[in-house]
Design a binder for this molecule. Structure first.
Ligand SMILES: [Zn+2]
Length: 160
């Protein structure tokens, strides 16, 4: 679990913590668990192209997008769903250095750079697996394989 400095007291705390264990400073309000923030670490080689992409994706004006890029590291988008975050990241990753991290209420330049990126493809798979109940076919498959193992077990036992 990566450690980050608390924006208030500067001591090391877990990046998953909802508040600082040393000074009680609130970090992540409830309900932030499966939301993602975009952190732009670097404007990329072609700043104009990055600005255009940001402006289009985040419905900003071009000057607003350029301003963001001059202020890196910055957090131009917050509380995205996994799907939104992944689409945005896929589009931006060829243009600039950006990463998706778990949402938190406060980012400083330092915590933004220290935060570990989230592997969104894996997150999406995990969400899909967790979200879907076991299908009928998979249930039947599981029962059949259990029976097969059981009869194999019986066969081994009787051959002894
Ligand atoms: Zn603190």
């Amino acid at each position: 679990m990566p450690l980050l400095p608390c924006p208030e007291c500067g001591r090391q705390i877990s990046d998953q913590a909802a508040w600082c264990v040393h000074c009680g400073y609130p970090l992540t309000p409830p309900g932030h668990a499966d939301r993602y923030d975009l952190i732009l670490e670097d404007a990329g080689g072609d700043m104009e192209l990055t600005a255009q992409c940001l402006a289009r994706r985040l419905t900003l004006s071009l000057p607003q997008a350029r301003e963001l890029l001059f202020a890196t590291p910055c957090v131009p988008a917050q509380r995205l769903s996994c799907q939104e975050a992944r689409e945005l990241q896929n589009e931006l990753k060829y243009l600039c250095t950006c990463k998706m991290v778990r949402s938190r209420s406060l980012w400083t330049g330092e915590t933004a750079l220290a935060a570990d990126p989230v592997q969104l493809d894996q997150e999406l798979c995990r969400a899909n697996v967790q979200g879907k109940p076991m299908t009928f076919l998979r249930t039947v498959g599981a029962i059949l394989s259990a029976l097969a193992i059981w009869s194999l077990f019986g066969a081994v036992l009787s051959s002894l």
